[in-house]
Design a protein around this ligand. Structure first.
Ligand SMILES: Nc1nc2c(ncn2[C@@H]2O[C@H](COP(=O)(O)OP(=O)(O)OP(=O)(O)O)[C@@H](O)[C@H]2O)c(=O)[nH]1
Ligand SMILES: [Mg+2]
Length: 440
């Protein structure tokens, strides 16, 4: 999803992070690149323009904040503004307090209405709701069959009245639902190739009669800005309550997802990410922004790190690192702190840039345990002064930790290398985490 946009933004941010100071010029340069990346991803022109202005206004005004590095500041502002653009909070599907609640699905031909109807049916069936799917597309006999087939797959009842007119069908479904204590009714309406009067009148008539709690417009993410235009027109005529972008698993460039809220003012509520009936996800603006910016799940990473890492300890460590006094004792502490944070791979994946670098690589928890055992078998003096670990000491440590002298030699060599590397990384950031690993 959005790979090319993410790559371009990552490249821009990387450049920014190297900068010592922010000037009006380099802010402008960065914004130009971000603007180009957004337009290439097919984001609406006006949305892009407003977005860039929004970021610029804040970036220029925020120049004086000293505690944050300049490049990191821009990344943070872009992240915040993108969340705002995407709608700030997750927009939930609303259900009436008094059943039956009605969801009306609409959209152009082939956008994914029938699929969404079944996906929602499955979702609410899992929530122990009694659901009734309604075949409100009387024009194609195959449309009714398609919904019936899907209904069978998920074991949810489908209501149909053949070729009757859509309002009559929907009315019939509601009265059946009342009698049978159905919780949720979902109308699968007919599509058209283009928006036309007739379609809009038909949908308006259904809306007037049924007063649905939700009117969800399905738009095909692969069609980019067309999806946005369709959403705008449907919203103007029907006042839809939410947009669902289908086919986000395809090679959609991201333009539709980023523009819909800004252009239509209507929240994006769900995304379809495949043909399977479980391929449906709620739309979370914050997570989506992090994903687009290539920041992995950085928010949860930072939270987790803050929860687990002892900041006083980290600060002490940072000082030691700078003075190159990092000992095996400190190394042991680090290992133990890391272990508290959970499986290493999942931690690494959350760090931007690390996900890709580590693809396929696994960190062997057994190897980590061996290292820990070796350090634990050393005396405190040995841990502080690894140079004194001679032949007889090596023998004793290896035996004590159930490892071999070769294992120990390797570990000591690696430790020496690591110490060298850390020294060359120089200034540390974020209380002990290498600067390269931090997005802002
Ligand atoms: N990859 C992918 N395919 C999808 C998704 N949603 C729907 N499709 C596919 O898109 C095609 C059209 O989906 P339908 O649900 O039949 O579309 P519709 O809007 O009901 O079409 P009409 O009733 O003809 O107007 C089908 O082949 C679906 O499997 C999605 O999220 N991802
Ligand atoms: Mg259909």
């Amino acid at each position: 999803m959005f790979d090319s946009l993410t790559e371009k933004l990552e490249a821009t941010f990387k450049k920014l992070r190297g900068l010592g100071t922010l000037t009006e010029d380099n802010i402008k340069e960065a914004l130009k690149e971000i603007r180009r990346a957004l337009l290439e991803a097919d984001v609406n022109y006006k949305v892009t323009k407003d977005f860039i202005q929004d970021v610029q206004a804040e970036a220029v005004g925020a120049e004086t904040i000293r505690s944050v590095e300049p490049g990191q500041l821009i990344v943070k502002i872009v992240h915040e503004k993108m969340i705002k653009l995407l709608g700030e909070k997750t927009a939930e599907i609303q259900i009436s307090e008094r059943p039956p609640s009605i969801i009306m699905i609409c959209g152009l031909q082939g956008s994914g209405k029938t699929t969404l109807t079944a996906k929602l049916g499955l979702l609410y069936k899992k929530k122990k709701q009694k659901v009734l799917l309604v075949a409100a597309d009387p024009y194609r006999p195959a449309a009714v069959k398609q919904l019936q087939t899907l209904g069978k797959q998920i074991d949810v009842e489908v209501f149909e009245m053949g070729q009757s007119d859509p309002v009559t069908i929907c009315k019939g479904a509601i009265s059946k639902a009342r009698k049978e204590f159905v919780d949720l009714i979902i109308f699968d309406t007919a599509g058209r190739l283009h928006i036309d009067e007739e379609l809009m009148n038909e949908l308006s008539d259904i809306k007037k009669m049924a007063n649905p709690r939700e009117i969800l417009l399905v738009a095909d993410a692969m069609t980019g800005q067309d999806a946005v235009n369709v959403a705008r027109e449907f919203h103007e005529k029907l006042n839809v309550t939410g947009v669902v972008l289908s086919k986000m698993d395809g090679d959609a460039r991201g333009g539709a997802a980023l523009s819909i809220r800004g252009v239509t003012g209507c929240p994006l509520k769900l995304v379809g990410i495949g043909e399977k009936l479980t391929d449906l996800e709620p739309f979370h603006p914050d997570r989506m922004a992090s994903r687009i910016l290539g920041m992995g799940d950085i928010v949860s990473f930072v939270e987790k790190a803050q929860e687990m890492v002892d900041f006083k300890e980290a600060e002490k460590l940072e000082k030691k690192l700078r003075k190159s006094q990092f000992t095996l004792e400190d190394f042991l502490n680090q290992l133990q702190q890391l272990k508290k944070m959970g499986p290493l791979e999942s931690i690494m994946e959350m760090i931007p840039g690390m996900g890709k670098a580590l693809k396929g690589a696994t960190i062997d928890p057994k190897a980590m345990k061996r290292v820990e055992a070796m350090v634990l078998s050393m005396t405190p003096y040995e841990r502080q002064n690894p140079k004194i670990i001679n032949g007889s000491r090596r023998k004793r440590i290896a035996a004590g930790s159930g490892t071999t002298i070769q294992d120990l030699n390797r570990m000591l060599k690696q430790f020496a290398q690591m110490k060298k590397m850390i020294k060359s990384m120089g200034k540390m950031n974020f209380k002990g985490l290498p600067k390269d690993m931090m997005p802002f």
